[in-house]
Ligand binder design. Structure first.
Ligand code: FEO
Length: 400
């Protein structure tokens, strides 16, 4: 039996769970796997919306054939060309040589570079164009850079469903349930923020533009290319995406330190303790050498306060801290409260370079940086106290 889920009248979910891959885009950890979602509309005219990663499902074609039940596939709508969704385009075109591949001018360019034999099938659409499948009336909404330049969304006017490409997608496989109300929302909320912050967040400005464009569209269901089909928490996930793409964050502090001999680590723990003593409950402390940058970025997207500490390393900051700092600039994260600290043995460099970076990223520094030499003692801990108090006070000032 070929598995699929009927998500609405004549619309079928054809996703696949990938539990083999360790790193998404060969960088972001997948401890809970990832799903690639594909959708099939079996209307008077049939349409497949995006495919799955190449080879991720040996029965993908058979599942489509089973639902089509002897009919041919009329349209393949390509909302997004990244290979985790376009991987089976060639397979589809080989099986149904007359299928029309729906995309835009940018889709065609990328398609030509990945699957040149499919270009002959392309039927380019313009922003706002419609496609009448019979019962379902589709409209194409261009949403460039959410996540690639060609990315678009498809809106089903009949059932008010948004096929949203990567937007609202999550890491994590679908372990049984496909709809959000069949799963644990808290798990997917965290994995949706991680997907957003790691993959889409750099283009937050374009996400806001997409929201402005979609403002007039009533949406009852969101079918993303990763994670659950949102039907019960639709408004909630739209609100979360809106907040994240405006760089709005929760009250809380993420403390990230780089330490060779635990001196900076001790300062990190002490400063976190001071912040907690001032009444801030949400605090996460991470060792940059142990926690993958994916989770560090996720917490930085979640919390308003960021405290970064580095030991000196050959007169520079610690390499993994430098890598995190570079990535934060690259992603363009905005509007955070920042505090800096660190230690050195025979020369500085960690804090000095963190300060240079602070000038680059432009976050609000809540207190002067603190740097101590060697092992912390009572006087050195006391020197760090002001940093924790200032961070807590700055966060509490936003409460009213
Ligand atoms: Fe899920 Fe941008 O690919």
């Amino acid at each position: 039996m070929h598995y699929s889920v009927n998500i609405k009248e004549r619309i079928h979910w054809l996703g696949v769970n990938d539990r083999r891959k360790n790193l998404f885009e060969n960088i972001w950890p997948l401890p809970h796997g990832v799903s690639y979602n594909s959708y099939l509309i079996t209307d008077e005219r049939s349409a497949l919306l995006d495919t799955v990663e190449m080879g991720s499902d040996g029965e993908y074609l058979e599942r489509i054939e089973a639902l089509l039940d002897g009919r041919s596939l009329d349209y393949l709508i390509v909302n997004h060309m990244e290979p985790d969704h376009s991987g089976e385009i060639d397979t589809i075109v080989r099986r149904w040589p007359d299928v029309k591949v729906i995309g835009n001018a940018r889709t065609t360019k990328i398609l030509a570079s990945y699957y040149p034999s499919a270009v002959a099938n392309i039927q380019e659409v313009c922003d706002g164009d419609e496609l009448d499948l019979g019962y379902h009336k589709l409209r194409f909404v261009f949403t460039p850079w959410v996540h690639w330049p060609e990315t678009m969304m498809t809106y089903d006017q009949t059932d008010r469903i948004l096929f949203s490409a990567d937007a609202f997608g999550t890491f994590g496989t679908l372990d049984g349930g496909v709809f959000d109300d069949e799963t644990q929302f808290a798990f997917y909320e965290d994995e949706m923020r991680r997907y957003y912050s790691n993959i889409v967040g750099k283009y937050s400005g374009m996400v806001q533009k997409a929201f402005a464009k979609l403002a007039g569209y009533p949406i009852d269901m969101i079918c993303s290319l990763h994670g659950p089909v949102w039907r019960s928490n639709t408004a909630r996930v739209v609100e979360l995406y809106d907040r994240w793409s405006k760089y709005e964050a929760e009250e809380g502090v993420v403390v990230i330190y780089a330490s060779m001999y635990d001196n900076t680590a001790r300062l990190a723990d002490y400063i976190a303790h001071v912040v907690a003593a001032q009444g801030i409950a949400n605090i996460r402390v991470h060792d940059v050498s142990k926690t993958h940058i994916s989770y560090l970025i996720n917490d930085i997207w979640k919390y308003k306060g960021v405290l970064l500490g580095s030991c000196a390393y050959n007169s520079e900051m610690f390499p993994l801290m430098e890598s995190l700092c570079r990535e934060l600039v690259h992603m363009g994260v905005k509007n955070r409260y920042l505090g800096l600290f660190g230690s050195y043995s025979w020369n500085g460099g960690g804090v000095r370079n963190l300060q240079k970076w602070a000038g680059e990223i432009g976050w609000e520094e809540i207190a002067p940086a603190v740097e101590v030499q060697g092992r912390p003692d009572a006087a050195k801990y006391t020197a760090c106290e002001g940093l924790g108090v200032a961070m807590a006070e700055r966060l509490k000032a936003d409460r009213c």
